[in-house]
Design a protein around this ligand. Structure first.
Ligand code: GRF
Length: 187
């Protein structure tokens, strides 16, 4: 099976998926698509020998270039692991039920455009919530809105900073995203 990852940043989640499937009989990570030439995830892909496609914003939103690229692979599962652009409708349609997103909060709370990374954790702490967590969901044509596959929670502790909460959230992500990817590809 072919896994494709979209990422925009550090790529710690992409790295965990790559680790999990490096020697796998079930699936391999075949391509990393990235919208940020400075992203740390590019170094991970290079080190792991995984092909990279740097996204051209115009083509991403105005052509079928990437739909065709993934269909020809063919991608069996597309994972958005810290990817900050909204997925264009042609790609959402082409990969309905085969594209998942990882969000660092308990959707439907703290989702939507602009709610990513530390902004999410700052909002959770400011709201005085006593728990947060992760959501893995199918991607539809709205930000952070598709059918939820899995949620896992963690406490928000008194005196938590966004960094401390982010660390707790990352642990959940690194444990559960590779697990969900494997389960979805097993069926
Ligand atoms: C993760 O917290 C993910 O939930 C959010 O962006 C972050 C990506 O982290 N969408 P990394 O690039 O995988 O380290």
């Amino acid at each position: 099976k072919h896994i494709v990852i979209f990422a925009s940043g550090t790529g710690s989640n992409a790295a965990k998926i790559i680790d999990r499937f490096r020697e796998s009989e079930l699936a391999r990570v075949k391509l990393l698509l990235c919208n940020n030439p400075q992203a740390g995830v590019l170094e991970t892909a290079r080190r792991e020998g995984i092909p990279v496609a740097l996204l051209d914003r115009h083509d991403f939103y105005h052509t079928d270039r990437y739909v065709k690229l993934l269909q020809e692979m063919p991608a069996d599962l597309v994972v958005l692991a810290g990817f900050l652009w909204k997925i264009p409708d042609n790609l959402v349609r082409a990969f309905a039920g085969k594209m998942i997103n990882l969000h660092p909060a308990l959707l439907p709370k703290y989702g939507g455009k602009g709610m990513y990374g530390e902004r999410v954790h700052t909002a959770v702490i400011a709201a005085g919530d006593t728990e947060s967590g992760i959501t893995i969901h199918y991607v539809n044509d709205q930000y952070d809105d598709g059918e939820i596959i899995l949620q896992k929670t963690c406490p928000v502790l008194p005196g938590d900073t966004p960094e401390l909460l982010a660390g707790r959230i990352h642990k959940l992500e690194h444990t559960w995203l590779p697990q969900v990817v494997e389960e979805l590809l097993r069926v």
